[in-house]
Structure formats: C-alpha cells, structure tokens
Write a protein that binds this ligand. Sequence first.
Ligand code: ARG
Length: 586
Amino acid sequence: MSSLTALLSDIVGAAFAACDLPAEYGKVTVSNRPDLSQFQCNGALAAAKAAKQPPRQIADRIVEKLQAQPMFRDISLAGPGFINLSVTDAWLAEQMNRLSQDDRLGMPAKQKLMVVLDYGGPNIAKPMHVGHLRAAIIGDSIRRIFAFVGDETVGDVHMGDWGLQMGMLISELEIRHPELPYFDPKNTGPFPADSPVTLRELEELYPTASAACKADPARLERARQATAELQDGRPGYRALWQHFFDISVDAMKRDYGNLGVHFDLWKGEACVNDLIAPMVEEMKAKGVVEESDGALIVRVAEESDKMEIPPLILVKSDGAAMYSTTDLATIVDRVNCQNPDRIIYVVDHRQHLHFVQVFRAAIKAGLNGKASMVHLGYGTMNGTDGKPFKTRTGGVMKLDDLITMVSDEAKKRLTEHGLGSDYTPEEREDIARKVGVASLKFADLSNNPIANYVFDLDRFSRFEGKTGPYLLYAAVRIKSLLRKAEAQGDKPGAIIPTAATERDLALMLGAMPDAIIGAYEDLAPNRIADFAYTLGQTFSSFYAACHILSEQDEAIRRSRLALCALTLRQFELCLSLLGIETPDRM
Ligand code: ARG
C-alpha cells in the first residue's frame, strides 16, 4: 500500500515509460485546483524540455495512454501541458477498503536504519526548564515518526552531568559542610548510601554556587580544581557526584514522564569520560590534532565556508576536556554501542556552530563509523511579548510548573465547554493533563522547528482553530459516535463514496503517507500537524453534510461509519506521532 498519489504516479510513470520517456516525469500530486480535478501531473513540461519537444505534444501522447486506464473518470489538459486527473468512485472505494484493512494505514515498508536521537540535554542539579522543553517535544516526535516509518530508534537523554557545574556544586557543599566524609582526601570509601542533599537543596545549591563563582575568581578557581579532581577520579567527589546524579535523574524521569516523552538511554556526558584519553591519542596518531598555545585543537574550516569556522578545542591548555570533547567521545561511544546509520541532534539552534565543528572533526578523524550526523536546531520559545519565555516574576519556568499551568488552563476550558461535569475527580485530572499536554505539544509541533514560537497559552488552549484540543475533541467525538453505532448494532462496512464531502475525505485519507514521509525526510513533525488539522476540517465538512447514524440506507450508513473509523485511526496515529495521547472522552 502507499498513498493515492504514489499509486497514481506509478500508473502515469508507466505511461511516460511507454512513450520512451523517464518514468520519474509521471509524478502525480494532489491538484492545486480542486475545482478542476483531483490530481495533476506536470511532468510533460519537464520531459519536453529534456526531449526538446513541444510539451503539449508529449502531454497528448500521455493522455492517450492513460485513457486506456479504467481508474480515471476524467483526464484533461490545461495550460502548456498540465495533465489533470480525476478518479472513479469505484477506484477510490477500492483504495479506501484496502486502507481500512491495512495495519500500517497505507504506509509503505522501507529498509531499516539504526538511528540514535539526542533530544534531552538537561543538566544535573539545575531544574529542567522550558529551554529543554522544545528539544524533548520535537525530538520525541521525530523518534516516534522514525520508528513508525520503519527505523530502529534509540533516544538518548544525554544529560549534562560533567564539567564545571559539577565542580561548583561540590565546592559549594564543601564550604558549607566540610565535616562530610566526601571531603576527606584520604577517605576512599565506602561512603554513606544516603544522599547528603535533597533535590530541593540541590536546586538551591547550584544558583548560589554559580553566583559565588561569578563574583569571586578564587571561588571559580576552587570549582575548577574540584572539577579536575572529580574527572581524575577522586573517590569522595565521585561518590558525591553519583548522589547528585541519582536524585536529578529521578526528578527528570518524573518530569519527562508527565510530558509523555520517552528515552531509551539515560546516559550522560560523564559516562564517556574514559573514552576521551584514548580518543585524543587516536586523533593525534591520525594527525588531525594541532598544538596551539598549549591547547590541542582540530582545524575544521573548509574552503567553501561562507563564514569563519574556528578550530575545535579538543583539550584546553589546563588539560580540561570541553563540551566538544565529550560530544566527540559520545560519537565514539554510540559507534561502539549502536553503530548507527544516523545520529540526529535536536538542540537549540544557537549551538549550530558547535555541531558543525564536532561533525567535521568526527569525520576528519574517522570517529563516526558509518553514521551521518545532523543537527536539527530549534528556535526560541518566546512569550507573547516577543522575548524569551519567563515566569511572571521573570525567572526561568520549571517544567513541572508549566505542566500544572497547561493542565489548569485545560480544566478551565473543559468547564467552559460544559465538558467533564460527570467525571470522577481522578478522571478529570487525567483528561485535563492529557488535553493540557496536547495543547502544549501541538502548539510547538505545528511550527517548523527552526522558527521561534510564541507561547500563547490562551490561543493554543482553545477548542477551535489549529490547536491540540480541537484535534483531540474531533477524535473523541468520532469515538463517541462509533460507540453509539455499536450500541445500536451498526458496524462499519465497505466504503462507497457517493457525496462530494465523502470523496474529499477519502482523498485526504489517501494522502496521509505523503505527510508522514515528508515529515520523516525533512525532520518536520509540522507536516503531520498540518495534515491532522486539514483532516479535521475535511472530516467536519463531511460530518456537517452527511447523515451518519440516522442515514436510512444501510450500505451508506455502514460506509460512512467505516470512513469515520478510518479517520479516527489516522487521527490517533498522527497524534501519537506527535506524542499526543487521545483520551476516550472529554
Ligand atoms: N546540556 C546541553 C545544554 O543544556 C545540551 C546537550 C545537547 N546534546 C549534545 N549532544 N550536545 O545546553
């Protein structure tokens, strides 16, 4: 199975081939003049250029060939050689019935690739905030799309758990509690199994430590020293690090869980520490490393560069590894563990230069195995004032608080729409959270990832317009309709489109694979969001124009129920690819 345009492209492509022209010219698309035809093919124009023949003449020959095909109800020529095509209801019915039978809803199979996705990046001891939200929402959706299309996917949270912030925390705690066993340099353990700090204390420790280091160079030096000793393996520091790590990971798992974002791997920067030294040696041996002012660098500039790409700093003059160094070692780790065909990084677009340097250095040193690497940068999440999104008091909003905020808004809207009054309090909470998270995710994913987007709670929580709640409500309404049908003993039957709105709906349903493949190829979940919204509108027109449960003709009633059931499956699939759960009722 594939989309209707793919099926028709095969047929029209064969007509081109029969005229001794490349079949690629037979590409069929949905018509951009639906008032004239359902589909179109513009290939005659390109073929004419290549074959140096008049386009009209080529188009005429193709049309003649297509006339023999029974699935076309109407074939006509427009302009200099556009071929307009419309199909018979019988063919459309046949395709819809095949689609209904297909577990993959028309998605063709493809060769499986191993893909590692990096879309976490939360930092230990710093509360997870909205900066990491877009990575999680976009990356998790891309992982779901890839898995559905047919790849093997591994989502890695890649925590920021190494580097200076850890030294800041350790030295801050040491100043406050020098009596703790972790700070005795002679103590090699074992250390207490219980953490000396709670999550709350940890969250307070970091901003204090970071402010102290900013204000006082001596404190900064002390934090640097602690970082170096930690990386060298000082036992007390390592034990403390482990506690910080454990309590942070618990909190992250809870936050990501509430958001419905999944990771397969809970690795961080620290776990590749031991790979760094051998990697640096290997890179030296390969001759890709240079010394510069006591530091080790990799030159990554290329002649065709339009802007200056500075060298990557592999090892600083004080011997410290950098963010780039851990990213390179992480590539080595991924090649060792997953041997991926692709690695996709969903990280703030402001880190683009960093990834250009890392990818080029990895390729130059041959560290990336067979993996191609891409950075999918996303834009900033702004408030309605156009500035980066903050809490009302100007602070960074914690993910936890954000989820409460969207759920509360959803609760308010549900009440406004007279929904949910007969639910148990638990059900209400559950539905409000699902609707709230849907509004948040859909608002994010309906934009192109690279664009900045405006966090406008009022707009994206609405039940009307291009919003998550609108789509959920459309899906839930079909669920309830199908339950009613079942209660009155009606089952979906064979699809036979007869009304114009049924045909439109069938054409939409037959286009879903194109949207998903587009999202997959361009790393653009917004294609699926757009498709789901258009499907919602097309379904609404059908629903407004056609009787369903009250239709007297049994065959038509059952056909319409089948269209409803198929629409619901596609809604649920699209929403799940966006990481959105559909409740049973609202
Ligand atoms: N921890 C980093 C930050 O908060 C993001 C990490 C992104 N992933 C990576 N492989 N560099 O900025």
